[in-house]
Design a protein around this ligand. Sequence first.
Ligand code: GLN
Length: 248
Amino acid sequence: MTTIRVGHLYPEYLNIYADRGNIAVLTRRAALRGHDLVVEGVSIGDALEPGSHDLLYVGGGQDREQELISADLAGRADAIRYAVDGGAALLAVCGGYQLLGRGYRERSGALLPGVGLFAHETLAGERRLIGDVLLDCTWAGRTLAGFENHVGRTVLDPGAEPLGRVVAGFGNDGESGHEGCRVGRAVGTYLHGPLLPRNPWLADMLLGWALAHRTGGEPPTLEPLPDELERRAHEVSAQRARDRGGRF
Ligand code: GLN
């Protein structure tokens, strides 16, 4: 039994579409393999011991919530980059994903500073990009299905790795065909859903990375779980995206 330490950043601010459901999935899937997940909320002004967490999680939120936490989050840039450089896993969704890049410029013109972990910038557009999304993640040989709702357009720097190629939906900016970003064991995405209940392979990949960070060495192979319900949830979501994703 291994204890996996999770740092959940700003849980009371960044939890749109019940993004904390992702944590519930990680907890349950760890427990079914005999591991314990200890979740520590890290909010404005709280200490974040560099490298003490095996997985960092940041959910989504609207501009108002992002404004409230962005200065505090940007002040943690070194600690977050140190954690990811040291092999910790990270998952960031939507508003959190935007602020892990270099910054987010709002409609008002105000610039919210970011962490600079992901090589991207985000600019608020005019129309919201809303709907179901299906991604092809060739690097993993899998697909991801979810739901997006954002006004920000995120543009990756040349050479930055997207999380997936958009099969249906808008993705980072509605134009590039890219969705999300990956660096090391850090994954950023616009996909809510929450994301992990309908994409359990990503939950297990994050758990494997977190276990590898805790114990050293390579990520272990996790015992498969009977994911019939999850498979159906993925399929319903993927079909919705194919039917109506990515249209104004
Ligand atoms: N405020 C951001 C946007 O609309 C993020 C929204 C979200 O997290 N759903 O672009």
